[in-house]
Ligand binder design. Structure first.
Ligand code: SF4
Length: 391
């Protein structure tokens, strides 16, 4: 461990850092990680195995906002690999690599079309950070053939499907694409009349706000917003992520006319505490980010065992947290992004879990807006762990 290196992070002015050059300083291996954290030889060996399953990529900015040598530090848990990632399933139950059923809805050419009105374009597999809890672990950071190779072909598909009213450009993290690639994508979508709006899903404002201190980027977002609404779903999980740099990134994006919505993930050892959760949601409203979703952690291989919170415990935490949130802070929906569609976790009455389906697959539109009731057990963490008691 090199204390000078850790302390030097505090002296960097992120507002004046070149975003492309800085990416080359990311920590991308266990050997580099050893410069920042203590590792005994047994753990080091196991982390080398973890690295083979889900690569390491940590921006120096994000290292600078954590306590790298406290294994319980919430921010560290999100970025630094742990040997728990070697557990494929574990105490919370079975897992899958594709919990959201993305692969079934893959139309080829990097397009996923699960809900009639939304098309999702997988623009890249690269992210400025490879989050340890990522539900797309099966693809981020790994070479794969599911990213869009030809955006014009993807646009043709969208143009031919008038039922599509919005497009999500996702990944990976599309904001890590160069400005000219982003511009090309946005230009291809701006003239499709049946698209009401476009979303760019990104965690960069949180883990790599440096990306937004780029006038050319803000100008190109502004230019698109003159023709069509642009939304930016982002992913803050903890109040310590709301730094002056992250707040400035959000301010710049909003100044271009973009609406920023937050999609947090509910994670053990990160935000499973009423005070942390209310500080997060209240803090987001303060910087102009709308709390939109709180996702129940999906049963993802190498994630579920150490990150998923049992639903019963989780509902109680969310309910308690909401007592200290104002109306805007508690606008978010607590949801499961399940293979059947998005399901809102409304709450519990004793051991009866009350759910409402928000979105359904194209082939089952009648499932939208239905109420669902399940028998809640102490350890259930996912829909499939429980018995449906009434339809
Ligand atoms: S930025 Fe998003 S897609 Fe990329 S690793 Fe993190 S959670 Fe996954």
């Amino acid at each position: 461990m090199n204390m000078d290196l850790i302390e030097s992070l505090e002296t960097i002015n992120w507002f004046e850092t070149d975003w492309k050059e800085e990416l080359s300083n990311n920590i991308t291996s266990v050997s580099e990680l050893k410069e920042y954290i203590e590792l005994d030889s047994e753990t080091e060996e196991k982390l080398r195995e973890v690295e083979g399953h889900h690569p390491i990529n940590i921006p120096r900015y994000y290292l600078g906002i954590m306590n790298p040598n406290d294994r319980h530090d919430a921010i560290r848990r999100l970025a630094i690999p742990e040997i728990d990632e070697l557990v494929v399933a574990g105490e919370m139950g079975e897992t899958t690599k594709d919990p959201y059923g993305d692969d079934k809805h893959d139309k080829g050419n990097g397009i996923l079309h699960k809900y009639g009105y939304t098309a999702l374009v997988v623009a890249t597999e690269y992210c400025s950070m490879y989050c340890r809890h990522c539900f797309r672990k099966r693809m981020v950071g790994l070479p794969n053939d599911q990213t869009v190779k030809n955006f014009e072909k993807a646009t043709e598909y969208i143009a031919k499907h008038p039922e599509i009213t919005n497009v999500v450009i996702s990944g990976g993290d599309p904001m890590l694409l160069p400005n000219d690639a982003l511009k090309k994508m946005l230009n291809a979508l701006r003239d499709i009349p049946h698209l009401n709006y476009v979303r760019i899903g990104t965690r960069a404002p949180v883990v790599y706000p440096v990306r937004f201190f780029d006038d050319e980027l803000i100008e190109l977002l502004k230019d698109f917003c003159n023709d069509k609404m642009l939304y930016m779903p982002t992913h803050f999980n903890h109040p310590d992520e709301i730094t002056p740099e992250a707040a400035e990134a959000v301010r710049l994006v909003r100044s271009a006319g973009v609406t920023v919505n937050n999609q947090a993930v509910f994670l053990k050892g990160v935000n499973d505490d009423p005070e942390i959760l209310s500080d997060l949601m209240n803090g987001l409203t303060k910087i102009g980010v709308n709390p939109y979703y709180l996702y129940q952690c999906m049963p993802v291989s190498r994630v579920r065992h150490h990150f998923q919170i049992p639903l019963k415990k989780g509902i109680d935490i969310v309910d308690e947290a909401k007592r200290s949130m104002d109306g805007y802070a508690k606008r978010f929906k607590f949801i499961m992004g399940h293979d059947i569609g998005k399901v809102e976790i409304c709450g519990r009455s004793g051991n009866t879990l009350v759910l409402k389906q928000l979105h359904s697959r194209q082939e089952a539109p009648e499932e939208t807006s239905r109420m669902l009731f399940y028998e809640l057990t102490d350890n259930a963490g996912w829909l499939d762990d429980m018995k449906n008691i009434r339809i």
